[in-house]
Design a protein around this ligand. Structure first.
Ligand code: FNR
Length: 411
């Protein structure tokens, strides 16, 4: 039977993924001075062991003041390479690939870890120096705090901006040393690069603020600096918030049309996959949620990029609320001919067209349109680390199990 697209390999430059599943980067608030710990090895390794093609390490700070919480992963010094390499080596031992998300938290830095209990009426989220924080050294494009409970950032000087760009390059070189197969630049969710894109959070009057050209400059310079230090064959990923969900205000904000404009520029800068997320830049964002609310925006960007990428192909990653086999399948389904299957009369899924004979094929509203090339999954992997193996089982696809599990494959 035809293998559904979801379980077919994906090629990105010199990298081949065994399927279309990636672990979306997720902060575990468990690093020690930026160094990954056993918790990371077990959680990240566990996903790779259970069939995820690409496991992306959480947002990793390129400078110490670019951590969100003091316990975030970092790659601003050489001693942080070895614990990352340990995770990468394990992922490779499972026949899968490892990525790392590099970022700077901007004005959302120096807050308390999710593991610190919040009390009703708590005045601040800020991690003080006694708590390992650096509220006096929080950087942003403009000196506007995220909210009254966050630190007020310092407007970056041109020297600070140059330092950030260099730090992305240096951290990328370290990521290559750690053995990573790919790097994702974090330009989403209201962290530094995302703040820079938005006219709400970027009020600069120099060459890094104002026009679309100027607001995208920092991201474009970071991409160029990273691309320059990583191997030619290594794919580069970028995550953006395609909209900051502020259309409801009269203010000019970062929105989907600007994301489309940016997306079309990225293939020429050497970006191989755009990971489409949304939101996170404003406390008063208003998100219209439905199961495909974010995935559909990815699809919109994919269509535009494919129509107009000057022959250079950039793939698209979709993320958000993917919790079922059917939804994952529908996101990357290439056509109704390839990897066809539908729902049998009894409600179960058929893995091949042949299996559908004599059955009613139910086309879900979202069933036939390709929205993305890679499916990034966050919370469902927290709930169910076996989501890939379970999905394969549901779709009738025979996937690789860890060697150590093979005695379970007796039937
Ligand atoms: C996240 N998310 C996130 N995103 C990101 O780009 N970098 C990060 O480090 C984190 N950290 C993080 C931690 C935790 C615990 C969660 C739940 C989420 C967002 C995540 O990658 C994903 O985009 C969203 O969770 C939406 O996808 P799901 O969870 O609906 O599949």
């Amino acid at each position: 039977p035809a293998v559904p697209t979801l379980f077919s390999p994906l090629h990105l430059r010199g990298l081949t993924l065994t399927n279309r599943f990636a672990v979306s980067p997720m902060c575990m608030d468990s690093a020690d001075d930026g160094h990954l710990t056993d918790f990371h090895l077990v959680s990240l390794g566990g996903w790779a062991m259970r069939g995820v093609a690409l496991t992306i390490v959480e947002a990793t700070a390129v400078l110490a003041n670019g951590r969100i919480v003091p316990e975030d992963s970092g790659l601003w010094k050489d001693s942080q390479i070895a614990p990352l390499k340990r995770v990468v080596d394990f992922i490779h031992s499972q026949g899968q690939k490892a990525g790392i998300q590099l970022g700077h938290a901007g004005r959302k830095a120096s807050i308390l870890s999710s593991q610190v209990e919040r009390h009703p009426g708590m005045q601040t989220e800020v991690a003080t120096p006694e708590q390992g924080g650096w509220p006096e050294n929080v950087w942003a494009p403009s000196a506007i705090p995220y909210s009254a409970t966050y630190a007020t950032p310092k407007e970056m000087t041109l020297e600070d901006i140059a330092e950030v760009i260099q730090a992305f390059a240096d951290a990328s070189a370290r990521a290559v040393q750690a053995g990573f197969d790919t790097i994702e630049i974090h330009a989403a969710h209201g962290y530094l690069l995302s703040e820079s894109l938005s006219p709400i959070t970027n009020r600069r009057i120099d060459t890094y603020g104002g026009s679309f050209e100027n607001r995208t400059r920092l991201l474009r310079e970071v991409i160029a600096a990273v691309r320059a230090v990583i191997p030619e064959q290594m794919p580069l990923l970028v995550r953006i918030s395609a909209t900051e969900w502020m259309e409801w205000t009269a203010k000019e904000s970062w929105d989907v049309p600007q994301s489309l404009r940016l997306a079309k520029m990225l293939p020429d800068l050497g970006v191989d996959l755009l990971d489409v997320s949304t939101g996170g830049n404003n406390k008063d964002q208003k998100i219209v949620i439905h199961p495909y609310y974010q995935v559909d925006i990815a699809g919109q960007i994919r269509e535009a990029v494919r129509a107009e990428s000057g022959g250079k192909k950039m793939l698209i990653g979709a993320v958000g609320l993917v919790t079922t086999a059917e939804m994952a399948r529908s996101i990357v389904q290439q056509s109704d001919k390839e990897g066809v299957y539908g729902v049998r009369d009894d409600g179960t899924l058929a893995a091949a067209a042949a299996d559908l004979e004599g059955t009613v094929e139910v086309e879900t509203e979202h069933g036939q349109k390709t929205r993305a090339d890679l499916v990034l999954v966050g919370r469902q992997f927290l709930r169910d680390p076996n989501f890939v193996l379970r999905t394969a089982h549901e779709l009738g696809v025979d996937v690789q199990w860890p060697r150590q599990f093979r005695r379970g494959k007796f039937s």
